[in-house]
Design a protein. Sequence first.
Lengths: 216, 216
Amino acid sequence: MRVGELAKRSGVPVPTIKYYLREGLLPAGVLTSPNQAHYDDEHLRRLRLVRALVDVGGLSIASVREVLAAIDTRDESLHNKLGAVQEAISQPSPVELDPLAIKDVQDFFARHGQTECVDVTESNVTHMLAAALSSARSVGHDSIKELLDPYLEGLKIIARADLDYVAQHRSPDDVIEAMVVGTLIGDTVLKAVRRLAHAQVSAEVLGDVPAPGRAD
Amino acid sequence: MRVGELAKRSGVPVPTIKYYLREGLLPAGVLTSPNQAHYDDEHLRRLRLVRALVDVGGLSIASVREVLAAIDTRDESLHNKLGAVQEAISQPSPVELDPLAIKDVQDFFARHGQTECVDVTESNVTHMLAAALSSARSVGHDSIKELLDPYLEGLKIIARADLDYVAQHRSPDDVIEAMVVGTLIGDTVLKAVRRLAHAQVSAEVLGDVPAPGRAD
DNA sequence: CCTGAATGGATAGCGGCACTCTCTACTATC
DNA sequence: GATAGTAGAGAGTGCCGCTATCCATTCAGG
């Protein structure tokens, strides 16, 4: 197919597709003449993935490029690849880290037998966690660290489901893509369902009546 | 204190503080003369909250304004206020909704006894969920909907912890703020911990050795 | 009381990002 | 041969979150 049809089938405007091509988010089509190229279903699939990462995952174009690079790398173990993708989809926030928050993260790791991680800034993921706790501290909510353990408890169930989902896929490429999609879209799903759970819980506890003094 | 000290104590540059004042994210200080105003700890607290929402929550200035407005509204029930905050911190994505994904969301609600919600686009939260599932469908991962139930399972534990955390706070204002901080910073914490859980699980299953054929 | 730094208030400018427009030279199609 | 579409590339756009500049005023130190 040519770019026009790719645009029609994906819902992405032609100029945007050209932009993605320039930015390296989409491999070039096969040139049949100096100004004619041919795109296949793989391009369509990739284009939809890019849109999913941008629209739902909220990734920047640069991050998408990193993620795709990690997906496309062929000479690494699956585990390393997953790690690279994790890093790419977890951009650090510009918050400066509070040493006490770093301590909280280290304690958390220690509590769960992970004694390796000494330098929190080493990984985007741990940096993200430390940044979140730092921010919480700065607004006087340092006790939010008490949530870490129950969160882990709930996340064990969730991570198991994620794993089962990813395990459905056969080829390593599909596994990686499932991981990316599952993680990023999963984040959004989690966010939404958590809010629904909050709403339900708050309705139960607070009800429509303003009676906060009830013993539960 | 004056703006210079506010800047020093918060780490936010003076011009940025002025910008926030203009944008209504920060109430004006008490004028003691035509060009002298006095700011108190409440301003500092609010300023830190704004930074937390922007840096960790990733909210736009406009969303922050909405959240603060919801926090500051005085004439609504706590439950309504929480709902307003939820909406404000859940911006809809520009994805167009797949009817099948909408059906998935409705089925999910039906499975859990929530029969009220007919129109998914009514709330930003349900819209977010439907958008995420739509995107998943578009990249060929429609079976991600199977994750909804296990996610809810894990999130029940998490939401309970959230509720306990919020319940520690006395005044309604503190409850609202705890809800905002707990939800937004909690999102980031959840994201990070989930990634750590993934990494751990993938290390266990895949190990450093490329032996995918092991029976678990 | 004088001087230099800081302040409130307002307007304009900047840098980054994700496109979007425009143009040229060409080609497929009717 | 007219028309529509295409590759490729550079410039332009719109928004967002600041940042710079300016002015009249005022505070703080000597």
